[in-house]
Ligand binder design. Structure first.
Ligand code: LLP
Length: 434
């Protein structure tokens, strides 16, 4: 019996790959390819793991806020609302999408290192829960717009704890030279805290940090949390202000391939709680309300992408290319981060996988690859290829490069597939063109 990196996957009696018990080859036939398919029950179960672990270890009011940059569309905001999660947003577009889905915007935190005045006003008018203020100019702008609207806006301040975890350099965010936040080491964190405390129309709730993404060790998270607690204590001693909230961002790693370790989210939260409680005690502060912002770990391994194989090109003694009808336009992650994927021929699942090849997309670009030198069962034109663990940062990073249309999303709930996003059409491509 074949073992798949996604626990939602299996093989049926026809030898086809299944997700949540549904035949992926039949889905490809019905909805066309490229196609993104999600196991909704899996997303919900991970939401519950996070929610329960935070409540049990840090008490009520400590909540996970889904980092919706990982997967933003109306349906996902409905799911996380039903599961009682908050959300993080990084643009007015994400806030608009959440609002359109009926999401409670007061449960949203608004991120970004360069929010425009228009973004700030839009979010405030909709009643955004928190701004995570990134710098002094933004602080001024939030204060001024809040004054105009006659409100006191709740904020957290983005702090750079100076932690450098082991992950791809493009997704590290907590080191002092980061474009995000205010470093403790340089004194800028204290400075912006004092500025925020002096603003009429701002209510400082606490602090935020995010050290990076796709991190498998717990130590950097513990280290960052301890640095933040020491900072909160230092600010309390110097100004009398005691933070009510500490938001530790996201970043827990996901297994894309069998070589990756697994990450126990509930266990990590319990470890964090234990260390943070001790640290708060040592520093003489009350542990604030804790927020986390998991993105990837909530959705990545609930989703896969189906493609149709077009050509199989064999260059003697050099390389074999299997080309599919999608590529970097729907999944730019190999091109950007050399991300690894587990790939199977969906209509030959469970058959011997000993054909070494690179999977190429259809874009007019040599770097348009999904994987290099992987082993799959030898495919032929018309076969369905399934790329596993594509639930995070795939649909949300998809583009129309080469005027490819973005794929649809099919969700499977309780064994029943439903269309959540339609395939883009050629008309969509020229919609705004005059
Ligand atoms: N909170 C903040 C402030 C963030 O910047 C991020 C991710 C998260 C939470 C969620 O992190 P996660 O739990 O998903 O690791 N496009 C890249 C990932 C970029 C992550 C950006 N920030 C990729 O495809 O790997």
């Amino acid at each position: 019996m074949a073992e798949f990196i996604m626990e939602s996957c299996g093989v049926n009696e026809k030898g086809d790959l299944t997700i949540a018990g549904v035949d992926t080859v039949a889905l490809a036939k019905e909805y066309g390819t490229p196609l993104m398919v999600f196991d909704e029950n899996k997303i919900r179960s991970v939401c519950r793991v996070y929610k329960k672990a935070l409540e049990e270890n840090f008490g009520e009011g400590s909540i996970p806020c889904f980092a919706s940059k990982a997967l933003s569309f109306k349906g996902i905001y409905r799911i996380i609302a039903e599961e009682g999660l908050g959300s993080d947003a990084v643009s007015a577009g994400e806030i608009y999408t959440a609002k359109a889905a009926g999401f409670d915007i007061s449960k949203m935190v608004f991120h970004g290192n360069n929010k425009t005045d228009a973004d700030i006003r839009y979010a405030m008018e909709l009643g955004i829960g928190r701004f995570v203020v990134d710098g002094a100019e933004e602080l001024e702008a939030v204060n001024a717009i809040a004054a105009e609207l006659g409100i006191k806006q709740k904020i957290q301040l983005r702090i750079t704890p100076g932690i450098d975890p082991h992950t791809h350099k493009a997704i590290v965010t907590g080191s002092v030279d980061s474009k995000f936040g205010n470093a403790i080491k340089t004194g800028q964190a204290e400075k912006i805290t004092r500025l925020a405390l002096a603003k009429e129309n701002i209510e400082l709730m606490g602090f935020h940090c995010h050290i990076g993404s796709q991190i498998f060790e717990i130590d950097p998270f513990v280290e960052a949390a301890e640095v933040m607690i020491a900072f909160i204590a230092d600010i309390k001693n110097k100004t009398g202000f005691e933070a009510k909230e500490l938001n530790l961002g996201g970043g827990f790693g996901v297994r894309y391939v069998k070589e990756h370790p697994s990450f126990d989210y509930a266990g990590a939260i319990a470890t964090l709680a234990e260390k943070m409680k001790a640290s708060a005690k040592r520093c003489g502060i009350v542990l604030p309300r804790i927020m986390l912002e998991p993105g990837r770990s909530l959705v990545a391994d609930a989703g896969l992408t189906l493609y149709t194989v077009g050509s199989v090109k064999e260059i003697p003694d050099l390389k074999n290319y299997v080309s599919v009808d999608g590529g970097m336009a729907d999944n730019p992650r190999y091109a950007l981060y050399q991300s690894q994927y587990e790939i199977h021929v969906a209509n030959k699942a469970g058959e011997k996988e000993d054909y070494v090849c690179s999977v190429a997309g259809r874009c007019c670009e040599s770097g348009d690859l999904i994987a290099e030198n992987i082993k799959i069962c030898k495919p032929e034109r018309g076969d369905i290829l399934a790329v596993l663990v594509t639930g995070a940062y795939n649909y949300s990073m998809a583009s129309n490069y080469n005027r490819l249309t973005r794929p649809p999303i099919v969700m499977i709930k309780d064994g029943k597939p439903y269309l959540a996003i339609k395939r883009e059409t050629f008309e969509d491509l020229t919609r705004n063109e005059i």
